[in-house]
Design a protein around this ligand. Structure first.
Ligand code: G3P
Ligand code: MG
Length: 408
């Protein structure tokens, strides 16, 4: 089955007759949208015992809205488990350790899940061994939950903006009313901020935004301080900043730490009926402040950063590796003559992350990722998304039915 272009999902590949009852609406650009009429209330037909396909499910807007399970999410996952069809959960969310989030979701959906089939936005950070014995700053999430996730990944010295505020309240004058909040989970700094003694002053070797920041003001201030510092030494200012003779006008050219973002989502589907700003919103705000401080693109300055998460290739490669390992484990009994995985149905609600990611991912294993857009989250059914899915359906159960029918 050829891989690219939405046209692939035109009827030649969709065999089973029930589909022809005009549930598919043909759209000018060939992408198919399934009307929310359920053609098979009962379970789809039994797929082969060694399915050459699998699923990757987004979470927010597909399986849950904030903490509330979506109506047919349980049915979809239970059906796949009953048929031993492999699937993983691939989310741009995070903020808790994978084991905690899996426990939460298993309870909410009443479906047994485990970390071998689970990828959060920051999960790939666990592989960044080069920073495990250095001092990192972790930003975002509730209280210092993300610090504790990083520590469980093996990072030994983890500082948060809240720790810095508690030690030096003047670093950000506008969160004083939050000091009691930060007091409950902040920790003493591993070193003082002392610009008079840079060699002993607190030095940050990498900045990781693990989850949606709660205190954009403090986090923006502290990240900006580190990025304008000399070698990440808090309280210092690099003399190279603004030097037009240097690349990026001297900004981030003086041994400053790398800046990682785990999730590019500008918007996400939470409980509120309209999408909410996500980690991408914070990053855009930070980029705005950075441009104002440095002159920005007009001055040839950009904010140098590493952004992972859907739709980015490294996150899909990480997820595909996890899916292949999980599939092998799940279908171990058939290992002897297990066909290679050929197709993954990427079911998501956000065209900017799930669909763009599924469409543009180049699998090193030649696996065809087929993007399926649902209308239970960010995307509003009936509107034309910026990135065209291979199929649009009502909800996650429709997605499973359509895919299994197609595979049949
Ligand atoms: O913060 C989470 C949000 O950006 C989206 O999560 O599960 O829809 O990828 P998800
Ligand atoms: Mg989503």
């Amino acid at each position: 089955m050829s891989t690219v272009g939405c046209c692939v999902s035109t009827s030649p590949t969709i065999s089973s007759p029930p589909i022809s009852s005009a549930v598919l609406q043909n759209h000018s650009h060939g992408w198919h949208r399934m009307q929310p009429r359920r053609f098979l209330q009962s379970a789809p037909p039994r797929p082969s015992r060694r399915p050459e396909f699998a699923f990757a499910f987004d979470i927010d807007g597909v399986l849950v809205r904030s903490s509330d399970p979506l109506p047919r999410a349980q049915k979809a996952l239970r059906y796949l488990q009953s048929q031993r069809i492999p699937f993983i959960l691939l989310t741009n969310g995070g903020g808790k350790h994978e084991s905690e989030r899996v426990d939460d979701l298993s309870k909410k959906l009443e479906v047994p899940l485990d970390t071998s089939m689970f990828v959060q936005s920051h999960t790939p950070f666990a592989d960044l061994d080069e920073y495990k014995n250095r001092t990192i700053m972790v930003v975002g999430g509730d209280e210092d939950k993300c610090r504790r996730v990083a520590e469980r990944y093996g990072f030994k010295t983890v500082v948060t903006p809240g720790d810095i505020l508690m030690a030096y309240p003047d670093v950000w004058p506008f969160s004083q009313q939050l000091l009691p909040y930060y007091k409950t989970f902040s920790r003493p700094l591993p070193a003082p901020i002392d610009p008079t003694s840079p060699s002993t002053s607190l030095k940050i070797d990498a900045i990781f935004v693990y989850n949606d920041p709660r205190d954009w003001g403090l986090d923006t201030q502290v990240i900006k301080d580190v990025l304008l510092s000399h070698k990440g030494i808090m309280g210092t200012l690099s003399h190279k900043n603004g030097d037009a003779s240097r690349p990026n006008k001297g900004y981030q050219q003086d041994g400053q730490p790398p800046l990682y973002f785990s999730n590019p989502d500008l918007l996400w589907a939470a409980k509120y009926h309209l999408p909410r700003l996500g980690q991408g919103g914070f990053r855009e705000a930070l980029e705005g402040v950075w441009a104002a401080l440095t002159g920005g693109s007009k001055a040839g300055v950009s904010l140098q950063k590493i952004v992972i998460g859907k739709p980015h290739q490294p996150t899909y490669e990480f997820a595909e590796k996890r899916l292949l390992a999980h599939r092998k484990q799940l279908l171990a009994q058939q290992a002897a003559n297990l066909e290679p995985l050929k197709r993954v149905y990427m079911v998501g609600d956000n065209p900017e992350s799930d669909i763009l990611g599924g469409n543009s991912y180049k699998s090193p294993h030649g696996i065809d990722w087929i993007s399926v857009l649902v209308g239970t989250g960010v995307h509003v059914a009936g509107t034309t998304p910026n990135h065209i899915p291979r199929m649009e359906v009502g909800d996650v159960w429709d997605a499973v039915q359509w895919a299994v029918e197609r595979e049949e």
